[in-house]
Design a protein around this ligand. Structure first.
Ligand SMILES: *Cc1c(COP(=O)(O)O)cnc(C)c1O
Length: 397
């Protein structure tokens, strides 16, 4: 069955991902089941997407109720759950922002860059349009966001020419020297996800935010991965105690339903006709996003999220110390964690051995073992996942 599906996949689905051909059939919270009935503890949550778990009953009921009524009208009409979600985002962010709804992280970042470019025209005598990003960043796969991504391997010549106006710095400190009279924005992740689960120093970020604000240059924080409680607060920006000009969200916001969001305190830059999206902000995605935020807000307020983070950290730390021969460093924040592995080959064998032992883990950057568990993961699932991961490491070390 699985073998036959694999052949059809190879024949009809474009070959853009090197994938594992396991056929997952069902899931509950942080546990997945394949077509043979084998179970896996999911330490990936679909790359940080399934924030409230697989098969979440509350989310399923919300989706069913919404789509049996209205799924989509268009942004030519008012959309009640979109309005409520935008209001809820301001409440949780803790400062007054307006939201534009998109369908993915890359599309949210495109929106952020458009806002920045128009801001650069409106607010300076000579138009400013340049955006500085960082090495090892990841901002998406569209032509513009791939160019914004500070990793050469993504700038393949096949897809050239790329849009102008992007440059990359190695460190936060370097940014100060590369700003010129055409720089309109600095776009960063607070914890680089794809680049290797690397958090930046809080003081450095706060200083940068202040400097940019004093100089009327925009700070865009790409929270596509860090947002929606991944680091323990609604936004990593809340944890870092900054109020960026623009923040983008996507992955965890829809619990698996595609959604992206650009949030900004510059609510008057975009005007009718400047930007849009057919699907963005429709009834399905925003009703789902609202339910996901309601679940996670309760989970945070009740102290359960912090408990899960502490418990996960303890188990991770024990594993890291026990297998110190394999690892160089433990990195990350909240439920966005990484272990730097001594070399790339060892990392590849950890990922495949972990899978054989029934635990799903991710790779990030060159040599980082990345863990992005479901935020609502239970203690039993954490115990079981680390037991299986430990068994895999035992076989390797
Ligand atoms: C995943 C990711 C993106 C891209 O999101 P898509 O939904 O795949 O377009 C952008 N930025 C960051 C930080 C991400 O982690």
């Amino acid at each position: 069955m699985s073998e036959e599906l694999k052949n059809i996949d190879k024949k009809y689905v474009l070959n853009t991902y090197s994938k594992n051909y396991t056929n997952f059939k069902s899931g509950i919270n942080a546990t997945l089941f394949d077509d043979s009935g084998k179970d896996y503890v999911d330490f990936t949550s679909g790359i940080g997407v399934v924030s409230v778990g697989h098969g979440n009953k509350q989310v399923a009921d919300t989706i069913y109720k919404q789509v049996s009524n209205i799924t989509h009208t268009s942004n030519l009409y008012m959309i009640e759950p979109q309005i409520k979600l935008a209001q809820q985002i301001t409440k949780l962010a803790g400062y007054e922002v307006g939201t534009f709804f998109a369908n993915s992280g890359a599309e949210a970042n495109e929106g952020a860059i458009k806002i920045a470019r128009k801001y650069g025209e409106k607010n300076f005598e000579k138009k400013r349009y340049k955006v500085i990003t960082l090495k090892h960043s990841f901002h998406g796969r569209t032509i513009t966001t791939v160019k914004a991504t500070g990793q050469d391997k993504f700038h393949a010549p096949h897809f050239a020419p790329y849009p102008d106006g992007f440059s990359y710095d190695n460190t936060i400190d370097d940014i100060y020297n590369s700003i010129d009279d055409e720089t309109v924005a600095v776009m960063i992740e607070l914890v680089q996800g794809e680049g290797g689960v690397q958090p930046f120093d809080k003081k450095d970020i706060q200083e940068l935010a202040k400097f940019l604000n004093d100089n009327k240059i925009l700070l865009i924080v790409d929270e596509v991965q860090t947002g929606v409680y991944r680091t323990g607060e609604f936004l990593a920006s809340n944890l870092y105690e900054i109020q960026p000009d623009i923040i983008t969200l996507a992955k965890g916001l829809g619990g698996g339903v595609p959604i992206g969001a650009v949030i900004t305190k510059h609510k008057d830059i975009l005007e009718p006709g400047d930007h849009g999206s057919t699907f963005g902000g429709n009834y399905l995605s925003t009703a789902t996003g609202l339910e996901v935020l309601n679940i996670l807000e309760d989970y945070k307020v009740s102290g359960k999220l912090d408990e899960a983070i502490i418990y996960f950290e303890e188990k991770l730390d024990t594993l890291y110390k026990k297998y110190s021969n394999l690892f160089l460093e433990s990195v990350g924040l909240g439920l966005m964690r990484g272990l730097r592995v001594r070399d790339e080959q060892t990392l590849a064998s950890i990922v495949s051995k972990a899978f054989e032992n029934g635990v799903l883990v991710l790779k990030a950057g060159k040599n980082t073992l990345r863990l992005l568990p479901v935020l609502t993961i239970s203690k039993e699932e954490i115990d079981e996942g680390f037991k299986r991961l430990g068994d895999a490491l035992e076989e390797i070390s």
